[in-house]
Design a protein around this ligand. Sequence first.
Ligand SMILES: NC(=O)c1ccc[n+]([C@@H]2O[C@H](COP(=O)([O-])OP(=O)(O)OC[C@H]3O[C@@H](n4cnc5c(N)ncnc54)[C@H](OP(=O)(O)O)[C@@H]3O)[C@@H](O)[C@H]2O)c1
Length: 210
Amino acid sequence: MKVAIIGAGNVGKALAGSAVKAGHSVAITATSAHKAEEAAKATHARAARSNQEAVKDAELVILAVPADKVDEVVGALSSDLDGKVVIDVTNRVNPQDPGKVLDGTSTAERIQRRVPKAHVMKALNYAFSVRHANPSVDGTRLDGFVAGDNKAAKEKALAFVESIGFRPVDAGPLAMSRALEGMAMLIISLQIRNGWPWQNGWKLVGPPKD
Ligand SMILES: NC(=O)c1ccc[n+]([C@@H]2O[C@H](COP(=O)([O-])OP(=O)(O)OC[C@H]3O[C@@H](n4cnc5c(N)ncnc54)[C@H](OP(=O)(O)O)[C@@H]3O)[C@@H](O)[C@H]2O)c1
């Protein structure tokens, strides 16, 4: 697949590495051209000069920017995202006051309203970047939940998460992004409260076996 990754931080870089290894053609961008070039060099992706250029030929776009930049990034791209699969990896994080984040809304649904002709999917936000690079723990393949409304786009997003090593799990309609965002808030606050090393991942046990 032709993949554009917006954001070249922990997540952008890890996903670029995994996606290139899986055989995808990857363009990556950041605010600073230098950061994008550095990430591209480390992962064998291509650095794009702008978000517009990155998404131009992409069929799948990954939003890996801080949550407070989402509106700016999506607003500027706007119709450039029409018809594309957009995976929202972002999380609002507030460990001190989680209720502010677990407020019955989701960023993914907000993005979908903003770009109604794009196919927004929530996925991979519940996994730490170390797991984006290696989605296996003690030989167990972690689950890669994908929530979204468009069937064909969801198949593409599920194929992508599987290609980088997750077990693909259809998590239902985009409204389920509220749960996936809650799972991220939970796994993050567990690390902070218990001093865990940011290595866990999510796995449903029981049938069907994987
Ligand atoms: N870290 C994790 O393990 C993890 C796991 C799952 C989900 N998430 C979520 O994924 C998102 C990214 O996390 P991260 O840890 O990768 O953050 P990060 O290391 O701070 O990286 C953010 C990246 O976004 C880029 N960026 C900011 N504004 C941009 C814009 N307007 N256009 C293009 N790029 C822009 C930054 O560019 P510069 O480099 O030039 O500043 C940077 O490369 C967050 O929403 C986070 O909550 C994180």
